[in-house]
Design a protein around this ligand. Structure first.
Ligand SMILES: Cc1ncc(COP(=O)(O)O)c(C=O)c1O
Length: 404
């Protein structure tokens, strides 16, 4: 019998944060071990539940949700998304400019599938949320990473970004607030990135899924509002701020001039048609989520769980010898540096597997986020403080004796 080989287009697609490390964790669990998992930005398992009115709205509409919807999504949800961006200053967005999706993940792949020919380049931050790099590769494109500078609170290095542009560059990905670093970009930085897009006619892909998860005085600037003259695809959804990751509900709003992009937008519509429609019950959650009381605000202010957990985890991490961490100003993650003078790590994926085996704790390795050096790891701070204390103790014990 002929071997059933993997499609060659998958050969270079990497998604290591869910790769060998997760497989090893599953083996350990199957053998009866209980693993402390701080590797996923999945709020619900940590008691950060979807707000009741959102669930109630979906339940109310279940009987209306049995059939396919419009391929872009139900009208009421698209109106809600369009109005949300209008209030943020993206005046051009209309309901027909909105595509709903099975999470932002599906829309990331669709936006790139419709755009890329073999060899086309996309500027992606390093470190990144690695689905972006993986999806560019899957679509035949070449991810070209631009440096974010840890010494500047992980802001993109604009000179480096500009230097990565070639005649093949088609788009730039901006993840703000950022996963994994927790950076929230200043207006100046965003204007700099947008100016590069303007100069080179790049499509702007703005992943703003953490736009409402901000700490201290951090302010989120919506990229599309700063560049009404550019074609921008802004993406967000219910997974994080509304703690409904399992609903698989996200959206993408197209803004800016479209006359030069009608073919591309027709391609997007074609792909939306081909998937028939996004999961319909979850679309009914969107309007209620975006309107009314935003319960996320109680979690991110002093006394709120996310705020206190971020402070606690950040302080405890920085107390571990040879570990330092820029204080995240948004999102749900600590992205910590292991000082190479103290911790001589050559293979950070191996380090994370060794940590898993020795301490039964699952974190994520920095190179899994397309960081070129093996000296970082990411921990999610969704767990309550006593669990974060336990996690920090485990990491400290592990690093005390760990050598590669
Ligand atoms: C930056 C970023 N974009 C997109 C996603 C995917 O979200 P969704 O659940 O909407 O597919 C995540 C999930 O962690 C993320 O961190």
């Amino acid at each position: 019998m002929l071997g059933m080989e993997q499609a060659s287009r998958l050969k270079n697609v990497r998604y290591d944060i869910r790769g060998p490390v997760l497989r090893r964790a599953q083996e350990l669990e199957a053998a009866g071990n209980r693993i402390l998992k701080l590797n996923l930005g999945n709020p619900a398992p940590w008691g950060l539940s979807t707000p009741e009115p959102i669930v109630a709205d979906m339940v109310q509409h279940l009987s209306d949700a049995e059939g396919y919807s419009d391929a872009r999504g139900i009208y009421s949800a698209r109106v809600a998304v369009a109005q949300y961006y209008q209030t943020l200053g993206v005046e051009s967005v209309q309901p027909d400019d909105v595509f709903l999706g099975n999470g932002v993940s599906e829309l990331i792949v669709m936006s790139l599938q419709a755009l890329l020919n073999t060899g086309d380049e996309v500027l992606v931050p390093s470190p990144d949320y690695p689905l972006w790099t993986g999806a560019v590769t899957l679509c035949g494109g070449k991810p070209v990473h631009y440096r974010c500078d840890e010494n500047e609170d992980w802001a993109p290095d604009l000179e480096h970004v500009a230097a990565q542009v070639t005649p093949n560059t088609r788009a730039i990905v901006i993840i703000n607030p950022n996963n994994p670093t927790g950076a929230v970009y200043s207006r100046e930085t965003l204007l700099g990135l947008l100016e590069i897009a303007r100069r080179h006619d790049l499509l702007v892909l703005a992943d703003e899924i953490y736009d409402k998860i901000l700490y201290d005085d951090a302010r989120h600037e919506c990229a599309a509002a700063l560049a009404p003259d550019l074609l921008v695809l802004t993406m967000s959804g219910l997974s994080k701020a509304y703690r409904a990751a399992g609903f698989r509900s996200g959206w993408m709003a197209v803004s800016g001039p479209t006359t030069h992009a009608t073919e591309y937008l027709e391609g997007l519509q074609l792909l939306a048609n081909m998937r028939l429609c996004p999961n319909v019950p979850a679309q009914h959650a969107v309007q209620t989520a975006l309107g009314g009381f935003q319960s996320i605000t109680t979690l991110i202010r002093p006394g709120g769980r996310l705020y206190e957990q971020r402070n606690h985890a950040w302080r405890k991490f920085n107390e571990i010898p040879g570990v330092s961490c820029v204080k995240p100003r948004g999102a749900l993650y600590l992205f910590a540096r292991l000082d190479p003078e103290v911790h001589k790590i050559r293979d950070d994926q191996k380090m994370i597997i060794d940590l898993l085996e020795q301490q039964l704790m699952l974190l994520s390795h920095g190179s899994g986020f397309n960081l070129p050096t093996p000296d970082h790891l990411r921990m999610v701070f969704l767990a309550p403080v006593d669990v974060l204390d336990d996690a920090t103790d485990r990491l400290r014990r592990f690093l005390e004796n760990y050598r590669q």
